[in-house]
Design a binder for this molecule. Structure first.
Ligand code: NI
Length: 136
């Protein structure tokens, strides 16, 4: 019996979208307000999907308490109330777009989950804008 379970999490973070290979003018024209030199924040909502076979002995796919802990320790503690550009190694070189943040979170969680699970990550930057990795 194959199922998906979901866990939601939340973090607040600041960022600035800026490509250092472009002029300031090109950056402003392309990224608009997201290029504000003094940064701006988002209330990020994260949805983690874990898929696999239910263990008939426990009735569980995964212990959601353990999944919660992995997300708290590996994602929330790392990114919550941080300036992604300035305070994190992950985005010191990588533009912290929702696309890149979603991909980075996927890779962090992938390292901490058993290979038997399939993983999907959805990241909401606003209630209406979200990114999913891997692509659907
Ligand atoms: Ni933004």
């Amino acid at each position: 019996m194959r199922v998906s379970v979901f866990r939601r999490a939340h973090f607040n973070a600041a960022h600035r979208l800026h490509n250092p290979n472009w002029s300031d003018q090109q950056n402003r024209a392309y990224y608009g307000k997201c290029n504000n030199p003094n940064y701006h924040g988002h209330n990020y909502e994260l949805e983690v999907r874990v898929t696999g076979e239910v263990d008939p002995e426990t009735g569980y796919l995964i212990d959601l308490g353990k999944l919660k802990k992995i997300i708290e320790e590996q994602v929330e503690e790392r990114f919550d109330h941080k300036n992604l550009n300035l305070d994190t190694e992950e985005f010191s070189e990588l533009i912290p777009s929702a696309e890149h943040i979603c991909y980075v979170i996927f890779n962090i969680l992938r390292e901490h989950l058993d290979d038997k699970y399939e993983l999907g990550v959805r990241l909401y930057e606003t209630p209406r804008n979200y990114v999913e990795y891997p692509a659907g």
